[in-house]
Design a binder for this molecule. Structure first.
Ligand SMILES: Cc1ncc(COP(=O)(O)O)c(C=O)c1O
Length: 422
């Protein structure tokens, strides 16, 4: 078997949580038609008919129009991404929030995951002065996809969330400002909002406090709104948003229903977008324009905002309520708590005192064709060994209701077996 000797290979070609997740998705797709796999693991969005109807219409419009067709498929865009779309994003954010943006503040990437690869290595890692800097995640658990994008090992440091147990079998994470330290080696602070995995949504006041802390240490605040406002808008609580020249806001077209178009959107101060363009040119010449061309007129006309408001958010709110009802029906007698679902499309389940650990639970469920994600992946940069890290699982409710229902039934059986027999 071929082995790779480079440090790059040691970092970028090793097994990671993100690889496991995407490989599970790929394997399930390859087996489609042979066996029924309950895909409650990955981050695939739902296929919402009203949303797909609009994208289909857009594809017909693009095919019929030589100018749009050219941008869509027949030309490289600028290294910062398709200019008309970037202008539309800047205008829509100016109009909606009053942020002073132009296209020069907007850069595209091949999915927002690759924006994090770029941003984390831009702000942290080995510095030219010989020092090393890291990315601070102020509230763990955090997104699995941050864990391994750093070219330097140990690039993340995280602060465990405060846990508040609530009535109705719920719990909620909170920022632990008292213990949050921005040490000299921190190069940026980063969080997802809504948080993947928990569906937590930090308030504007909390964001402003984090931004003030970041500014006091002269580092940027990266806000990952892959699920949040303004699009796809799967955010049921605290809908205000924050941007200023110290904030790097990362959006994505994936969770709207366009993950295959691989379109990440970074909103930042111009020098950061210039650096992003240089990175795109070096790594890929230019980012894809397909998603940008599909969405640009929808953004300009307000149709996108209406789709998010009338279809995307209500779809996930209804699915979330159903999944919680089924979990209560099936697991009501088990020591399990659900994180308050404030956004995104996951339920984060805390199985208190789980005797087998969440990795073993993941394996047992996988054997029964139910894919979830083990919670241990979601504590990147954690110091110490808190049992909470092995007591949680993330369950997506984006797939068809019958699949979610069946998956929850199997989850309840396996949890009961674990609590009763280990
Ligand atoms: C919080 C969060 N950020 C970023 C991403 C990356 O998404 P994409 O690369 O499809 O834009 C994901 C994907 O699941 C996510 O959950």
């Amino acid at each position: 078997m071929r082995t790779f000797e480079t440090r790059f290979a040691a970092r970028m070609a090793r097994p990671t949580g993100a690889l496991e997740l995407m490989a599970d998705l790929g394997a399930a797709l390859a087996q489609a038609g042979q066996r029924e796999i309950r895909m409650l693991g990955g981050g695939n969005p739902a296929r919402i008919p009203a949303v797909e109807a609009v994208f289909r219409r857009r594809l017909q419009e693009i095919a019929a129009d030589p100018a749009q067709f050219g941008r869509f498929i027949a030309g490289y865009s600028a290294p910062e991404g398709d200019l008309p779309f970037r202008e539309a994003v800047a205008k829509s954010l100016r109009d909606q929030y009053g942020w002073p943006l132009t296209a020069a503040n907007v850069g595209l990437t091949s999915g927002s995951q690759s924006a994090f690869f770029f941003l984390f290595n831009l702000f942290a890692g080995e510095r030219t002065d010989g020092g090393r800097s890291r990315i601070l995640l102020p509230l763990a658990p955090e997104y699995i996809g941050y864990a391994d994008v750093g070219l330097m090992p140990d690039m993340l440091v995280s602060q465990p969330a405060l846990i508040r147990e609530l009535d109705g079998g719920l719990f909620k994470y909170g920022l632990d400002f008292d213990h949050l330290r921005v040490t000299d080696d921190v190069g940026a602070i980063c969080l997802s909002r809504p948080t993947n995995p928990s569906g937590n949504v930090l308030t504007l006041v909390e964001l402003e406090r984090l931004d003030a802390l970041a500014r006091a240490h002269d580092v940027p605040l990266i806000i990952d709104a892959a699920y949040g406002v303004p699009f796809p808008g799967i955010q049921h609580a605290h809908c205000a948003a924050l941007w200023n020249s110290n904030v790097v806001l990362c959006l994505s077209l994936s969770k709207l229903g366009l993950p295959a178009a691989r379109t990440g959107v970074v909103i930042a101060d111009e020098p950061i977008i210039d650096a992003l363009g240089a990175f795109n040119a070096t790594a890929a010449l230019a980012p894809p324009a397909t998603g940008a061309v599909v969405v640009e007129p929808l953004l300009r006309s307000g149709e996108l905002a209406a789709l998010c408001r009338d279809h995307v958010r209500p779809h996930y709110a209804a699915q979330s309520a159903l999944a919680i009802e089924w979990l209560r029906e099936e697991c009501g007698d088990l020591p399990m708590r659900i994180h308050v679902p404030e956004g995104a499309f996951f339920l984060w389940l805390w199985c208190k005192g789980l005797p087998i650990g969440s990795e073993e639970l993941y394996r047992r469920l996988k054997q029964r064709d139910v894919l979830v994600l083990s919670g241990h992946h979601f504590f990147p940069g954690a110091q110490g060994d808190d049992p909470h890290q092995r007591e949680c699982v993330r369950l997506s409710y984006a797939q068809p209701p019958e699949s979610v229902r069946a998956g929850i039934r199997v989850l309840a059986e396996e949890l009961r077996r674990a609590y009763e027999c280990g």
